[in-house]
Design a protein around this ligand. Structure first.
Ligand code: HEC
Length: 127
């Protein structure tokens, strides 16, 4: 019996250590975007996003006037902190229907790598 308890204890200790080690492990740093990717993303943003989101992402592009409300400010850290890179990628690929209007899906016009470049550029707008 004591032997059994000892084994269970050891097992529990092992599990706890494993969990702790999992938590203590630093998150893998996100791959840093290359300057080329960001530059390409900027060119694509100017072409595909600026008309609504504005040159600095503030939501003041000419087409924003046709929307029924204010766009989220892409240069606002608090706004961008809520969005992960995959979420932005998904959003640009498939678009978004919202109360103020629709964001067009870009997956047919842009390659996934180009959308990644856009995501990398959009990340530079919030300082
Ligand atoms: C026709 C106008 C239009 C264009 C062009 C456009 N968007 Fe949007 N965007 C919107 C609308 C509308 C929303 C939704 C706003 C809301 O949820 O209230 C939005 C939301 C967003 C958001 C915030 C999403 C969230 O959940 O907070 C991001 C990021 C974004 N767009 C990035 C882009 C990028 C990058 C491009 C270019 C590839 C782009 N948009 C092109 C209209 C546009």
């Amino acid at each position: 019996m004591t032997k059994f308890l000892g084994m269970t204890g050891l097992l529990a200790l092992f599990c706890m250590t494993a969990v702790y080690a999992g938590q203590a492990k630093p998150a893998a740093p996100a791959a840093k975007a290359s300057p080329e990717s960001i530059a390409n993303g900027e060119a694509l943003f100017k072409r595909s996003c600026q008309t609504c989101h504005g040159p600095a992402g503030k939501g003041d592009g000419p087409a924003a006037k046709t929307l029924k409300g204010k766009l989220p400010d892409l240069s606002d850290k608090a706004v961008m902190a809520k969005l992960t890179d995959p979420a932005i990628h998904e959003l640009v690929s498939n678009g978004k229907k919202s109360e103020i209007g629709n964001m067009p899906a870009m997956a047919k016009r842009l390659k996934p790598e180009e959308i990644t470049d856009i995501v990398n550029y959009v990340r530079t707008l919030a300082k």
